[in-house]
Design a protein around this ligand. Structure first.
Ligand code: FES
Ligand code: FES
Length: 238
């Protein structure tokens, strides 16, 4: 099923344009299959409580957000500002992309207490007390590194605008379901829209990550088996 970009989907970056973790150029090739369409990318902000915030006389909010492991003070944000707006406009976290602002494209994906969410659909003040992790906070090692590397290696990055959201979503998926099958991958990424790649290269990147991680796991199992001492009384156990 083809994912359909919503009207008004912005093709270009709206901020300073960095795409954390997707530096470098990649020449994408057209892919065949498209991700299963239709699903929105979460928008579930978890059970974040509003704790410790203050509302000034002018109605502006003051509170703190834990963003990528750093406690950031938010001053002067409006009561109804989305987490996306506060991340980008108040805190300068432009790795989170702004496109549809309707929870339909996945460009603004973040993790809230480990749950995938579209930050444009979450009130920033409601994220007070949660751990907000953007693509920049996923870390430079492990699974997130592999996802970034395979997106580049497989040509899943063209303009790169959608890539931060995809990297967050794929990392989330493979954390929860390392061996997700094709249908599960398509379903999980249905809320992320890419206007450049045709999705085929993105799916290839996900499968490449799975293959690499599977090899690592089997290598780990092999080496731990080699160093494991035989049980007492076993064939070699004396
Ligand atoms: S900007 Fe499109 S889902 Fe948030
Ligand atoms: S929107 Fe350009 S690479 Fe996805």
């Amino acid at each position: 099923m083809t994912a359909v970009a919503p009207d008004g989907f912005a093709a270009g970056p709206t901020g300073t344009g960095e795409t954390a973790g997707t530096d470098g150029e990649a020449t994408g090739t057209d892919g065949g299959a498209t991700g299963a369409g239709g699903g929105a990318n979460g928008g579930d902000g978890g059970e974040a409580g509003v704790g410790g915030g203050e509302t000034g006389a002018d109605g502006n909010e003051s509170y703190r957000l834990n963003v990528d492991g750093f406690l950031r003070t938010v001053n002067g944000a409006r009561l109804g500002d989305s987490l996306l707006t506060v991340l980008r406009d108040t805190l300068g976290v432009t790795a989170v992309k702004d496109a549809c602002e309707q929870g339909r494209c996945g460009a603004c994906s973040v993790l809230l207490d480990g749950r995938l969410a579209a930050s444009c659909t979450v009130l920033a003040a409601d994220a007070d007390g949660t751990r907000v992790v953007t693509v920049a906070g996923l870390g430079g090692a492990g699974l997130a590194r592999a996802v970034r590397a395979m997106f580049l290696a497989e040509g899943a990055v063209q303009c790169g605008f959608c890539t931060p959201g995809f990297v967050v979503a794929v990392t989330d998926l493979l954390t929860r379901h390392p061996d997700a099958d094709e249908e599960e991958i398509r379903e999980a990424l249905a809320g992320n829209i890419c206007r450049c790649t045709g999705y085929g290269r993105i799916l290839a990147a996900v499968r490449a990550v799975q293959a690499e991680r599977s090899l690592l796991r089997s290598g780990d199992a092999h080496s731990s088996g080699q160093t494991q001492r035989p049980p007492d009384g076993g064939p070699d156990g004396g």
